[in-house]
Design a protein around this ligand. Structure first.
Ligand SMILES: O=C(O)CCC(=O)C(=O)O
Length: 298
């Protein structure tokens, strides 16, 4: 993985940055203080309460099959950064943004966020997969930073990552019938060193970071405690999501926003060739080639 041009690290030690590059993941314990955790938990609870009124999933709240008003089982809050200021602050200006900048260089680019709950008593497993196939980019810099809102132990379905898998094989996440399963086929798992998996447990406020190529997953939550894991994804500033593939384009209103200081470079590298690309017109500013060229003449 190429090293970004970081100078002074904001949150991580150089050893943690090196571990991420070499192994494809890093766990950093107790990054968030109680004040952050209180604010994040309060925001999260607002959505759990709101989910009581739902009998089926909607654009914001994805429900487990056995969700009820009395016993809400919210599986995922989709794009939390768009739905509450505290999630926005954490991801774009807070300690999680600092970690992204330490690993990706400054500025970097926010892609999306989600809050996975994993309820007590069997809350859902996440099968072994890599993320990049879900939202391909022009390179492999994207990484995801997870925040545990409560203590997470082995019983609770912590995130498990295969060390070094981020630079290895990119797996087919379709089944034999070419249905997208979003998980690595059992046959292919024989080529993954599952004996080496590291389970990322830690106290509340701990942070997990994994590269988009790292094979990872998690087991069901067998405890009597919920395991909310707030995940935010970033890439290098000159890495771009390939629209028209996977979840790209469904990643929320601030997807593509820069974090940290500095402007986006004009250059873009695809297939080993670098070009100065046009500005971002996805939120407006472009009419036609005629207008643009006429304006340049006048
Ligand atoms: O919630 C987890 O344990 C893992 C989540 C994950 O890998 C994902 O949502 O892509």
């Amino acid at each position: 993985m190429t090293a970004p041009s970081t100078s002074i690290l904001r949150r991580l030690t150089q050893a943690q940055v090196d571990q991420y590059r070499e192994r494809g993941f890093v766990l950093v314990e107790s990054v968030l203080d109680d004040e952050w955790l209180d604010r994040l938990r309060a925001a999260s609870n607002e959505f759990v309460e709101a989910s009581r009124a739902l009998t089926e999933s909607d654009a914001a709240l994805d429900l487990e099959p056995d969700h009820t008003a009395a016993e809400p089982r919210l599986r995922r809050l989709i794009n939390p950064v768009d739905r509450h200021p505290v999630f926005h602050e954490l991801a774009l200006n807070g300690p999680v943004a600092d970690i992204a900048l330490d690993l990706l260089g400054e500025p970097a680019r926010f892609h999306h966020s989600k809050l996975n709950y994993k309820w007590s008593g069997g809350g859902e497993a996440v099968e072994w997969h890599q993320d990049i196939q879900y939202w391909p980019h022009t390179d492999f810099t994207p990484l995801t930073i997870g925040v545990y809102l409560y203590d997470v132990d082995d019983e609770m379905g912590p995130m498990g990552v295969v060390p070094g898998s981020h630079t290895g094989e990119l797996f087919d996440l379709y089944d034999d019938a070419r249905r997208w399963t979003g998980s690595i086929r059992n046959d292919d798992l024989s080529r993954v060193d599952l004996d080496a998996v590291e389970w990322l447990t830690g106290p509340a406020g701990s942070v997990t970071v994994h590269n988009c190529g790292a094979v990872h997953g998690s087991t069901p939550n067998q405890s009597d405690r919920v395991r909310p894991l707030l995940l935010q994804t970033y890439s290098a500033v000159d890495s771009f999501p390939l629209l028209g593939v996977g979840a790209n384009g469904r990643t929320g209103g601030v997807s593509g926003t820069l974090i940290g200081d500095g402007a986006a470079p004009e250059t873009l590298t695809v297939n080993g060739r670098t070009m100065p690309a046009a500005p971002d017109w996805s939120r407006g500013g472009y009419t036609t080639i005629f207008d643009v060229q006429e304006a340049a003449r006048s």
